[in-house]
Design a protein around this ligand. Sequence first.
Ligand code: ZN
Ligand code: ZN
Ligand code: ZN
Length: 141
Amino acid sequence: MRNGPSKIFLRLQKQGVRLTRARGAIIDLLIKKQTFLSLADLKKGLERKKVRADRTTLYREILFLKQQGMICEIPMGGGKKGYKICEDGHHHHLICIRCNKVEEIALKNTLAPQEKEIARLRGFMVLEHLLEFYGFCEDCQ
Ligand SMILES: [Zn+2]
Ligand SMILES: [Zn+2]
Ligand SMILES: [Zn+2]
């Protein structure tokens, strides 16, 4: 399994990330889902696990894991955001709008040439880009 639990915790260990109870529980919740979880989902999951984490703690943990490159923030419709444990490195997502499955995809053609073109033509320095694909997965077509 590409995102096997042991691999995730190994990655954390390698990065010297301290595992607090809340952090461990959040990662645990995310590992068990191959889809994304919203903040509300995570809050509910933590309550079920009897792990105390207020909103601020949850936000802080999510931000931390994002900065560590452990999780991705996935824009879902209506301003909602989902979180998912992902592979290292630059990638995009295939998001099924029926079953909410999210898969990672690395593009054969990166957008680097376009970013250079944008800088040349528009004088805009691109720092990052977001590109997600929304549609139906194989099972949902
Ligand atoms: Zn991702
Ligand atoms: Zn689907
Ligand atoms: Zn890209």
